[in-house]
Design a protein around this ligand. Structure first.
Ligand code: G6P
Length: 606
């Protein structure tokens, strides 16, 4: 997730406006940044790796004359954070500049075609293909708007782009598919940006572009057309009464809620992860004699989900281990045949890194999944996959958890193909279901939000609660418990439902709240037995189950039905109501869900 912005003004310079918009967008990514303006027919560019303030103190981003410009703050997905990979990217003639937020799926084939036609690529980014394509259309006499239109028709993937061209210094051309984009209308000045936070200082009159829209923006006009047909469309002007703080949170009261609702898009991005990285990890996983999945906190719960996926779909036994226990438990038995897949959102968790250091010393192979390019994990690992989830600001992991699950599912799918131990039908079925997950999560958010908000008023008064699930839903129970407990501070217990009769059941008394994760999968018939056991002892039963499951609904005091999905993907869908429960219960109890006490986003001590 990167941030883009642009500004065109009748008189004066835009550098200070672009600089302040960049600062407002910094929360979307902050490994490198850049600005480009047009002055006296020339394109000027300043860009570098680092935080915006560091870059500004080195390059003085305010010292860029020109009444038109674009800017970018980056969260690397293709290509390391570096000066050359920072946006804006320029064409071969140095007269067209583009900034981009998103991931292009077909950039490799486009790049090969462009290189064959003698274009020189400077960066390792997917973005650079866009500007070279535009250059080709300009060269054959097309105007900028038309050139961008033709170019976007060739792009597959997600993008929000803003383009300027020294030959037509009176306009910014923008286009979007999936990545957000908004136009801001001010007096003698128009702006474009990834989100309202970047514009709200200058105007509250905005136009939200829709997927497949493209717009040509001058200092006092804008025209929107559809990319597929080229036909102009009207979009309404919205007057917002947002504060700057609200704008940064996309209109949500907290980052956590924004990040929960961002999940459908984040999961779409995860589905675009490049196959070559997944294939590399798959190679290593397939070669290991012993395979471990290690992590801390929420990432550890993702490891448990991963171990079920790998085992059931690819017949690969992979053991999930809490990072802080790894050396004590397995340190003496690991060696050259061991493969360790480390999961860490930040890539900096000390418990994980210490285990990896130890394992490296024992010649084990280390591979990783992380959300932060350039993190220590990316430097230690032989190979890694980036989640592409964008920065997560809420301390409690939400979108990065579900995106980890998507990456694990993609790996399981590839492993299954490679190992060939389950039928082609099962593999195809899983792949189809995987593609539908972003949509199911969208639907689940819609279904869950109101009932969970209501339930949180009750939950806020609980002094303790249980979370139970069987099979892969045990991992969902663990993560549900972690979210609710860390944000509401209500001591809670999560257990495999089948194991609950071996001890925890003694806690149950009249009215004690027990939450069951009850998808309609192969564990359901046993889970019903566990529900009965708890009910018989007076527990109050809260079930999140499959839509239309009347039997489980009848057994429950409270029931929420969710869309049906593949059992191995159910955690991605079933965790959603519990993320919301954690959020709303924290609010009900008067706490700040973005900053739970005693916790840190990244724990760099042992
Ligand atoms: C901290 C955070 C958790 C996170 C864990 C692991 O405890 O508060 O939300 O799950 O670290 O973080 P990582 O960056 O390694 O995934």
């Amino acid at each position: 997730m990167c941030g883009i912005s642009g500004c065109i003004i009748k008189r004066g310079n835009v550098a200070n406006i672009l600089y302040s918009s960049l600062k407002r967008l910094e929360y979307r990514g902050y490994d490198s940044a850049g600005v480009s303006t047009i002055y006296q027919g020339q394109l000027l560019v300043k860009k570098d790796a680092g935080k915006i303030d560091e870059i500004h103190s080195r390059l003085n981003l305010l010292d860029l004359p020109g009444n038109i410009g674009i800017a970018h703050t980056r969260w690397a997905t293709h290509g390391a954070p570096s000066q050359v990979n920072a946006h804006p990217h320029l064409d071969c003639t140095g007269s067209i500049a583009v900034v981009h937020n998103g991931v292009l799926e077909n950039f490799l084939e486009l790049k090969q075609e462009l290189e064959a036609r003698k274009h020189t690529f400077r960066s390792k980014t997917d973005t650079e293909v866009i500007v070279h394509l535009i250059e080709e259309y300009i060269k054959i006499g097309k105007k900028l708007t038309e050139a961008v239109l033709e170019t976007t028709r060739k792009l597959r993937g997600s993008y929000a782009i803003a383009v300027i061209y020294a030959g037509e210094p009176d306009k910014i051309v923008v286009a979007r598919n999936e990545s957000p984009l908004v136009i801001g209308l001010a007096k003698d000045m128009n702006l474009v940006a990834s989100d309202v936070a970047a514009l709200i200082e200058y105007t509250n009159r905005v136009v939200f572009l829709e997927n497949g829209d493209m717009a040509t923006v001058t200092a006092d006009t804008f025209q929107i057309i559809r990319i597929d047909t080229g036909i102009p469309v009207e979009r309404k002007i919205t007057e917002l009464n947002w504060t700057l703080e609200m704008a940064t949170k996309g209109g949500y009261p907290h980052f956590m809620l924004k990040e929960i609702f961002d999940q459908p898009n984040v999961l779409r991005e995860a589905l675009r992860i490049q196959e070559k990285y997944l294939d590399l990890l798959t190679e290593f996983l397939d070669r290991g004699r012993d395979v471990f999945l290690i992590a801390s906190g929420t990432s550890y719960n993702a490891c448990i989900v991963g171990s079920y996926m790998f085992s059931k779909l690819a017949r690969l036994s992979a053991y999930p281990v809490v990072a802080s226990e790894f050396i004590e438990n397995y340190g003496s038995s690991i060696g050259v045949d061991t493969v360790i897949l480390a999961l860490s959102q930040s890539g900096e968790t000390a418990d994980v890194l210490t285990s990896l250091d130890y394992a490296r010393y024992r010649a084990a192979t280390i591979i990783g999944i992380t959300n932060v390019l350039g993190s220590t994990l990316t430097r230690i690992a032989r190979a890694y996959v980036l989640q592409n989830a964008g920065p997560e600001i809420g301390v409690a992991a939400t979108k990065t958890f579900t995106s980890q699950l998507m990456v694990l599912a993609l790996l399981a799918l590839r492993l299954a193909r490679k190992r060939g131990k389950v039928s082609q039908y099962e593999i195809d079925e899983f792949q189809d279901e995987l593609r539908s997950i972003p949509q199911l999560v969208e639907k689940t958010l819609e279904i869950s939000n109101e009932p969970i908000k209501k339930l949180s008023r009750e939950a806020a008064r609980f002094s303790s609660m249980f979370f139970l699930g069987r099979g892969i839903s045990y991992a969902t129970a663990l993560e549900a418990r972690l979210k609710v407990m860390e944000l509401s501070y209500i001591p809670s217990i999560a257990y495999p439902a089948g194991e609950s009769k071996h001890g925890p059941i003694s806690v149950i008394e009249e009215g004690y709240p027990v939450f069951f994760i009850a998808p309609n999968d192969e564990t359901r018939k046993y889970l019903i037995g566990n529900i009965m056991e708890m009910k018989a002892r007076g527990a109050r039963i809260y079930c999140v189950g499959s839509e239309g499951d009347e039997e489980v609904k009848q057994l429950s005091d409270w029931f929420l039905g969710l869309p049906t999905t593949h059992s191995l993907l159910s955690p991605v869908v079933y965790i959603i109501p519990f993320q919301l429960l954690a959020y709303y219960t924290s609010i009900e109890r008067g706490y700040d869900p973005d900053k739970p006490r005693n916790l840190a986003k990244s724990v760099t001590v042992l």
